[in-house]
Design a protein around this ligand. Sequence first.
Ligand SMILES: *[C@@H]1O[C@H](CO)[C@@H](O)[C@H](O)[C@H]1NC(C)=O
Ligand SMILES: *[C@@H]1O[C@H](CO)[C@@H](O)[C@H](O)[C@H]1NC(C)=O
Length: 214
Amino acid sequence: MGRAGAAAVIPGLALLWAVGLGSAAPSPPRLRLSFQELQAWHGLQTFSLERTCCYQALLVDEERGRLFVGAENHVASLNLDNISKRAKKLAWPAPVEWREECNWAGKDIGTECMNFVKLLHAYNRTHLLACGTGAFHPTCAFVEVGHRAEEPVLRLDPGRIEDGKGKSPYDPRHRAASVLVGEELYSGVAADLMGRDFTIFRSLGQRPSLRTEP
Ligand SMILES: *[C@@H]1O[C@H](CO)[C@@H](O)[C@H](O)[C@H]1NC(C)=O
Ligand SMILES: *[C@@H]1O[C@H](CO)[C@@H](O)[C@H](O)[C@H]1NC(C)=O
C-alpha cells in the first residue's frame, strides 16, 4: 500500500474509533475569526432593524439582487451588494385583537405576542409568500417585490391573507422547515398551540390540504 493509501486509512480508523466511542466531533475549522476581528478588517457590514429582533427567515434573490429577511413584526429587503444601501422594510405586526387573545392565554405581550416571521419563499415572479406566528395565531401573506432589480418594491398584498396554521409555528421559539413546490407549500411544524403535535402539512395550491397522521 502506498503512502497516500495508508494516510487515507489512518483517518478512516480514527473516525471509526471516534464513532465507536460515540464522540464523532466535527473537525475544527482551519480558520476561526471572531466577530470583532471581522469588524476590524472592514470586511463586514452589519444591518439591524430598530425595534425588532430574531432574523429567522432569510431568502436570497439573486435575480433582483436582494436579500429578504423575516424578523419580528417585519420583512426587510436588503441590497445584496451593500446591505446598507436602499434597504427597505415592511411592518407586519399582528392585529391588536390577536395580541390581546395571546396575552389572555398567558403569553407575554411584549416578547411572545408578536408576529415572528418564520417562512419566506419566492412564490411567483412578483410575490413572496411570508408566514409568521401572528401572536400565537399563525398567518401568511403575499408580499409584492416587483419585477425588476432597479425598482425594489416591498408591499403587503392586503387582498390575500391566508390562515397560517400548519405553515408557521404558533410559538416564536419553534422553527419551521418548509419548501415550496410549485404553488404547494410543505411545512414541518408544531401544529398546535402547546407545541406537541409535530406534523408535515401540504397546503396552498389547488389540491386539498393534507397532513401526516399524529
Ligand atoms: C454602502 O452604502 C452606504 C450607504 O449608501 C455607504 O455609506 C457605504 O460606503 C457603502 N459601502 C460600500 C462598501 O460600498
Ligand atoms: C403572484 O401571486 C400573487 C398572490 O397570489 C398574485 O396576486 C399575483 O398576481 C401573482 N403574480 C404573477 C405574475 O402571477
